[in-house]
Write a protein that binds this ligand. Structure first.
Ligand code: GDD
Ligand code: MG
Length: 356
């Protein structure tokens, strides 16, 4: 069967002050009236052979996550609780280990909970293509055509088509978050794709690769489960063991190193809604009714305002004669930034420390 695994652990600091430590962006309704987490699970509901989802999140978010799944009529297979985030490799390895007990032949569909996919049909078709290769032991990534030399993504150089699996190509190299010059070169080269961050992994062969490439990480995750405990629909990982796992992203821990990685290139209107400029652009596309390139949310009065993203949460915000600004007003914080600089707000938030 095919098991959706939702990664819901990021803090989303680049969308501060909307996204907060205890109320991160993936648990908010940013692009529709459903939260990003809800949209992500619903996207997989019609896949052939799909099983109930697993969610991996911080233990403090367990009730929010449970409520949000229940609100769209979904009972999760499990909610795996992390005592603290150790990045995506440990989160996916514990998921694979738990699934191995349940369905060793199963496929794990890893999905970040904070992505927007405008064409879910194209996504589902790509997953169906990927499934055939995954059953044959390939770790499958989904590649998106680059539109700019973004340094925050992984880059995949695709090789030849894999015989017998339509739409699937072998991966020649995987480079996670390259430097600017490399990103510029890769973004312009044919057969090069952004890694979407969605993966289709055959549970058994994936764990074999983890055993070969990251034995310490595997051992820590096995111990976190052996010493962890079931608690209603939750699985609580053992804190001491889990925190001893190297905090690596799956991209660096496995994808850059493994020779069994394949890619399905797909045009699905994919966006990692990680920063203010991307959210602004996404909303402008989804709501062509708003004029002058503006996006307003809440009680906003504006005159002679162009290309601005203004959010007023619980207060009235008035703007006059400004352009290209992101203005976000919440209960306890205000952000004013030039939109073309607003992708850097994450670095600013680090300086806020506990005030975040
Ligand atoms: N449960 C859990 N625990 N989830 C986590 C953790 C963790 O410790 N860390 C991150 N996540 C979740 C995030 O919430 C997000 O949904 C997803 O895993 C990916 O993590 P990011 O931290 O957002 O990764 P990234 O955006 O820097 O890079 C990844 O995604 C890019 C595309 O958006 C990589 O896979 C890149 O190669 C890729 O291009
Ligand atoms: Mg991301």
């Amino acid at each position: 069967r095919l098991w959706p695994v939702l990664l819901s652990g990021g803090a989303g600091t680049r969308l501060w002050p909307l996204s907060r430590k205890h109320y991160p962006k993936q648990l908010q309704a940013l692009l529709s009236d459903r939260t990003m987490l809800q949209e992500t699970v619903l996207r997989t509901r019609d896949l052939a052979g799909v099983a109930p989802p697993l969610v991996v999140c911080h233990q403090e978010q367990r009730f929010l996550v449970t409520e949000q799944l229940a609100a769209v009529g979904l009972a999760p297979q499990r909610i795996v609780l992390e005592p603290s985030g150790r990045n995506t490799a440990p989160a996916l390895v514990v998921s694979a280990l738990l699934l191995a007990g349940e369905d060793p032949q199963g496929l794990l569909l890893a999905q970040p909970a904070d992505h927007h996919i405008a064409d879910p049909e194209a996504f589902r078709a790509a997953v169906a293509q990927a499934a055939r290769a995954a059953r044959d032991g390939w770790l499958v990534t989904f590649g998106v055509r680059p539109t700019r030399p973004e340094t925050g993504y992984g880059y995949i150089q695709a090789g030849a088509a894999i015989d017998g699996f339509e739409g699937v190509r072998a991966v020649l190299s995987f480079v996670e978050k390259p430097e600017a010059a490399t990103a510029a070169r890769l973004a312009g080269s044919p057969g090069c794709y952004w890694n979407s961050g969605v993966f289709l992994l055959p549970v058994g062969p994936f764990l074999d690769e983890v055993r070969r490439l990251q034995p310490d990480l595997l051992a820590a995750c096995e111990r976190a489960i052996a010493e962890g405990r079931e608690d209603l629909e939750f699985f609580r990982l053992d804190a001491e063991a889990f925190e001893s796992a190297p905090a690596l992203p799956i991209d660096k821990a496995i994808m850059e190193l493994s020779g069994r990685v394949a890619v399905v290139p797909v045009e699905m209107g994919w966006r990692d809604v990680g920063s203010w400029p991307v959210l602004h652009e996404a909303l402008r596309t989804l709501r062509p009714t708003e004029s002058d390139g503006n996006v307003f949310e809440g009680d906003v009065e504006a005159e002679s305002v162009r290309n601005c993203h203004i959010r007023a949460d619980g207060r009235l915000v008035a703007a006059l004669g400004v352009e290209d600004l992101t203005i976000v007003v919440t209960d306890d914080a205000v952000l004013v930034a030039r939109t073309d600089e607003a992708a850097r707000v994450g670095a600013l938030v680090e300086r806020l420390g506990r005030r975040n």
